[in-house]
Design a protein. Structure first.
Length: 308
């Protein structure tokens, strides 16, 4: 019984085998044709290339153009399965006239193959804003970082060459610029001397450009000086024993290195006026002289009237 059942099953499978295989192949081809001809939908991201006004342009686009748009297409599934972004290319928009108010992305801009239809584009349009392009001289600002060697200080702010850069871009962005900031000048450990370095300028705001990428900055490092006042210092007259000075006392201010100021005594600060006239009697306005090594001397008043 079991052998008879197995025989009948094998006969059913092998009888007219070629005809059965032909029928199976026909069914598969028919399924592929029907399935491939069915409509399907697919979304693709296409790059956007904007052609903007060439230099020297007087108008500046301040609206951000999307780098990509999403395109939804419909067509036969078999066609869409073989469709790639490279087949469609980029979407070009011509803005070289500088007066367009809107970009409208139309289906006609998308080169789809026959049988495929563009159903939706996102975004469908972009409103444009233009501004006058201006040029403004902006001062360069250079900061200082670090500290000079012990006992030394930096004199003033670093000097930049060029002192100004030409900022070019939309009027609303250029006109609010106050400085073009350069890298800070590092003075760490520097002794006395003049130093020059090339410093990069920070990137300008979006849509603004500078005419130079860097500046040459210079600083001067000097010995640190401390002021110390000496009030009512007597003025000695040299060259005439009987001569007298008017006023007879002056105020002296010394600018010296800290270690010199700390060691200085009041009796070391001596002011005098030198008489060089050979006349027996007379008067003259003479400078008050004070000499202290390593110090800059400021005398008030700087001259006295000497009578003899």
């Amino acid at each position: 019984m079991a052998l008879d059942l197995a025989y009948r099953l094998r006969s059913a499978l092998t009888e007219n085998l070629n005809l059965k295989l032909l029928s199976l192949a026909s069914a598969l081809v028919l399924y592929a044709l029907v399935h491939g001809s069915q409509d399907a939908q697919r979304s693709l991201l296409l790059s956007v290339v904007a052609l903007t006004p060439r230099e020297p342009a007087t108008r500046e686009l301040v609206t951000a153009i999307p780098a990509q748009i999403r395109v939804t297409v419909r067509g036969p599934r078999s066609t869409l399965d073989d469709l790639h972004v490279d087949d469609l290319g980029s979407v070009f928009v011509d803005l070289r006239s500088g007066d367009e108010q809107q970009i409208a992305f139309e289906p006609s801009m998308i080169p789809v193959p026959p049988g495929v239809k563009v159903e939706h584009i996102d975004p469908p349009a972009v409103d444009l804003v233009w501004e006058d392009r201006v040029v403004l001289d902006v001062p360069v600002e250079v900061g200082i970082v670090g500290a000079a060697a012990s006992g030394f200080v930096v004199r003033g702010a670093p000097a930049a060459v060029p002192a100004f850069v030409h900022a070019r871009g939309p009027k609303s962005q250029v006109m609010v610029l106050q400085h073009a900031h350069a890298d800070a000048f590092d003075v760490t450990g520097l002794p006395a001397g003049k130093y020059t370095r090339q410093l990069a300028i920070d990137a300008p705001p979006a849509r603004v450009s500078y005419d130079v990428p860097s500046v040459s900055a210079s600083v001067e490092v000097l010995r640190e000086l401390v002021d110390r006042p000496f009030a009512r210092v007597p003025v000695a007259v040299v060259g005439r024993a009987t001569a007298k000075a008017q006023p007879s006392e002056v105020d002296v201010r010394l600018s010296c290195p800290p270690e010199v100021v700390r060691a200085l005594r009041s009796d070391q600060v001596v002011a005098h006026a030198q008489v060089t006239s050979s006349a027996d009697h007379g008067s003259d306005a003479l400078p008050v002289l004070v000499s202290i090594d390593q110090c800059t001397v400021h005398v008030t008043p700087p001259t006295v009237i000497v009578r003899w």
